[in-house]
Design a protein around this ligand. Structure first.
Ligand code: ADP
Ligand code: MG
Length: 269
């Protein structure tokens, strides 16, 4: 029995790029994520963040090494609805209302949903209540096209939490949003995470976002994609707006920026 929510061991992913060429997107990546923790992955474009998430989600098979979600393979975990994935752009069905969109996975996976909620020892989130918490009460009967991008992404996050996954994988979910919307959504995400106790692996480009959200930050560098640093963020929670201005917060931002700078130069030097 593994104590880890996610265990990535010596994972390699090599893409065939034609003409006999290949590109190593992930090289010997080791990563463990403890249950109930919030871990962010940060690094420049092309360092393999999305590839890492896809491999963990079971959407791609690694060319070496292995991934375990608790004790299951990614395929088993996906089938058991232990995994939730929030992509960069909210994939809502345009012909369904916000409420129907977020309720759909629960309907489609009625059995898995029931089992997951039973295991969790409670009824699981009430979608209307979750929408209210996410500030979407007034728009839940609207179509996705009738609400803003920030609201659509909020709906996608509510939907992902709805199945009460053990592990939630999020690939730059806020990157298309303006800074104010982003800060508000960070706070709502932290509230949901706190309430539903999922393990979150969150990809971001933003140092501030990573520090605010995370218990731990994993720094990656490209060519080939590898993990250069793992930093623990020992800041108190809850982390409201006020924490963004504290010296402790800035200290962690500086640490992450230094790690990113070091990572960038590591293989160039
Ligand atoms: P990130 O999310 O950190 O920006 P990605 O995981 O998307 O990085 O990509 C890592 C590297 O792998 C990049 O060089 C990218 O061009 C390459 N890559 C990603 N997916 C494919 C694919 N399906 N075929 C070929 N190369 C790919
Ligand atoms: Mg990416």
């Amino acid at each position: 029995m593994s104590a880890e929510a996610i265990r990535v061991s010596r994972v390699r992913r090599v893409y065939d790029i034609g003409a006999g060429g290949s590109l190593t997107a992930l090289d010997d990546v080791d990563l463990t994520v403890a249950p109930g923790t919030f871990v962010s992955v940060i690094g420049p474009s092309g360092c393999g963040k999305s590839t890492l998430l896809r491999v963990i989600a079971g959407l791609e098979t690694p060319d070496g090494g292995e991934v375990r979600i608790k004790d299951a393979t990614p395929d088993q975990a996906a089938r058991a609805k232990m995994l939730g994935l929030v992509p960069q752009t909210p994939a809502l069905l345009p012909w369904l209302s916000v409420l129907k969109n977020v309720s759909l996975p629960l309907k489609v996976n009625r059995d898995a949903g029931r089992r997951r909620r039973a295991e969790a020892g409670h009824d699981g989130p009430d979608m209307v209540e979750l929408l209210r918490k996410a500030g979407l009460a007034d728009v839940m009967h609207k179509l996705p096209s009738q609400i803003s991008g920030g609201m659509q992404q909020r709906a996608a996050i509510v939907r992902a939490f709805g199945l009460h996954p053990d592990v939630l994988l999020m690939d730059e979910p806020f990157s298309a949003l303006d800074e104010f919307t982003r800060e508000a959504l960070q706070e709502q995400l932290l509230d949901l995470w706190d309430e539903l106790k999922a393990t979150v692996l969150f990809v971001t480009h933003s140092v501030t976002e990573a520090v605010r959200l995370s218990d731990r930050i994993v720094v990656m560098a490209p060519r080939p994609g590898w993990i250069t640093d793992v930093l623990d963020i020992d800041l108190p929670r809850p982390r409201g707006q006020a924490i963004l201005k504290t010296p402790e917060f800035h200290h962690y931002e500086d640490l992450v920026r230094d790690a990113l700078r070091g990572a960038f130069h590591a293989r160039v030097a």
